[in-house]
Design a protein around this ligand. Structure first.
Ligand code: NAI
Length: 459
């Protein structure tokens, strides 16, 4: 099928950057991203591209270049679906918070709503592309909804999971390790492959069956998260044996079978995907009674929770077993550097734990605002919104946040943290001045020389 109009449902961290790059590389195709969230669409349409709803290095420039030419953001969902030959479903698939599978399974209600919406308004043949991360065999459900409309419209369903990482989304999209397309209809697969073919070499475009494609995304995230939990498990052992986790990581990473990436010990992984996708994998395995498989992957999450907990426990015990009334400055709130996304950020859970111990939390993050910090804590429902407001203060300046603090906790690996005047920070803190480096980004020798009581992960 010749594609001249693309609709993407969901203007989020995946839909926005992915479609911006598709539009840039396919100037002959009109790409429209739709969303039910009118505020988000308005932000994408903001004349000032520094105010886009999503921060990703390089994204604003691409949006500026393509927006209004062949990239559009709209709330007119029905009209856009009707006018497009290809529709990407890129909506959120969070962990279910109710009913069967609560806390484990993926909540597919948004995906199903999209399928029903497409079924309702389509009058011409469509290729429907699953871009959201979905449990293996979801395409079956989408197919069943689309094929039971009673109309003569033909729908082809493709799975095309997204492997971009937040913080490097644009780079990942411009030169992906691979693009994965799963489907039944060769014609539909090639229509999508042609779009990526505008900039991705053919040998990097993999064609598989739908189920392999769906399962590959869950598996990729499970493997990535497992690496983090593996090195974090070793970090705890290092702390008890005087081994240094950075040295161990370097030594094992030089083995070409292991490789050096994704071996940084830390406070644990966050982000909207790793935990939810592993929980989903565990849920699926259990639903087939594969309990050994489920237990194996569940351990990745258990270790990650343990790592966050042990970071805050260590902070409290080092501060003489009490943080009550003490100012703890948190540098970083985003779940990783170069993004404003805070979903499942370790900072939220560490802050919550410290708040339970009556700490005063002070936060600074280069890209996250105070409303987001409050909303993340309020969402946990551990205490009233008023209490959170009282106990958590937000600062726009890294030197202000650390003034009179008893301790600094580094939660995100933002590059700018490395370049601060740490002598100046030291001078204005309460003494002894503690640093808990949850990302191992500062130099222990230098920090100790200034006078800090410095502790990091696995050293
Ligand atoms: P997001 O929450 O940032 O964006 C989803 C958007 O879909 C929201 O703006 C929401 O308003 C909209 N939406 C929900 N239901 C809708 C409906 N019926 N009609 C129109 N719009 C609707 O989510 P994000 O992060 O973009 O993730 C989307 C999917 O991509 C998820 O399945 C996620 O697992 C997957 N993914 C995410 C990655 C990431 O790094 N964030 C990477 C790879 C995959």
């Amino acid at each position: 099928m010749k594609i001249t109009n693309i609709c993407c449902i969901g203007a989020g961290y995946v839909g926005g950057p992915t479609m911006a790059v598709i539009a840039k590389k396919n100037p002959h195709i009109k790409v429209t991203i739709v969303d039910i969230n009118a505020e988000r669409i308005a932000a994408w349409n903001n004349k000032d591209v520094s105010k886009l709803p999503i921060y990703e290095p390089g994204l604003a420039e691409i949006v500026e270049e393509t927006r209004g030419k062949n990239l559009f953001f709209s709330t007119e969902i029905d009209k856009t679906i009707a006018a497009s030959e290809m529709i990407f479903i890129s909506v959120n698939t969070p962990t279910k918070t109710y009913g069967k599978g609560k806390g484990m399974a993926a909540d597919l209600k948004y995906v199903e709503l999209c399928a029903r919406n497409i079924a309702e308004v389509a009058t011409t043949d469509k290729i429907v592309v699953e871009k959201s991360t979905l449990p293996v065999r979801t395409a079956q459900a989408i197919k069943s909804i689309l094929h039971n409309t009673g109309s003569n419209v033909k729908f082809d369903i493709l799975s095309n999971p997204e492997f971009l990482a937040e913080g490097t989304a644009v780079q990942d999209l411009l030169s992906p390790d691979r693009v994965l397309i799963g489907g039944e209809s060769e014609d539909a697969i090639e229509s999508l492959a042609a779009i990526y073919g505008s900039w991705v070499p053919q040998e990097r475009i993999l064609r598989t069956n739908v189920w392999s494609s769906e399962l590959s995304k869950l598996t990729a995230n499970a493997f990535l998260a497992q690496r983090i939990s593996s090195i974090n498990a070793i970090s705890e052992l290092c702390e008890h044996t005087e081994a240094n986790v950075n040295e161990v990581a370097k030594a094992i990473g030089m083995d070409s079978r292991i490789g050096p990436k994704f071996l940084n010990a830390s406070i644990g992984f966050g982000g909207s995907c790793f935990q939810k996708d592993i929980l989903n994998l565990v849920y699926i395995a259990r639903s087939y009674n594969l309990n050994a498989v489920a237990d194996y992957w569940e351990q990745v999450i258990i270790l990650n929770d343990h790592q966050k907990r042990r970071f805050s426990d260590n902070l409290i015990s080092t501060l003489y077993n009490t943080v009550s009334g003490k100012k703890i400055a948190m540098l970083g709130w985003a779940f990783k550097k170069d993004t404003n996304d805070t979903r499942e950020s370790a900072a939220i859970y560490v802050a919550d734990h410290l708040l339970n111990e009556q700490a005063n939390i002070a936060v600074y993050d280069p890209k996250v605002n105070s409303e987001k910090v409050q909303a993340d804590l309020n969402y946990l429902n551990t205490r009233s919104n008023e209490e959170n407001k009282d106990l958590v203060k937000y600062y726009d300046d890294p030197y202000e946040v650390s003034k009179d603090a008893h301790a600094i906790a580094i939660m995100t690996e933002w590059d700018e943290f490395k370049t601060y005047d740490w002598q100046r920070i030291y001078e204005q803190m309460k003494k002894p001045a503690f640093i808990f480096d949850g990302r191992n980004i500062l130099n222990k020798k230098e920090m100790t020389k200034i006078g800090f009581e410095y502790s990091s992960i696995g050293q």
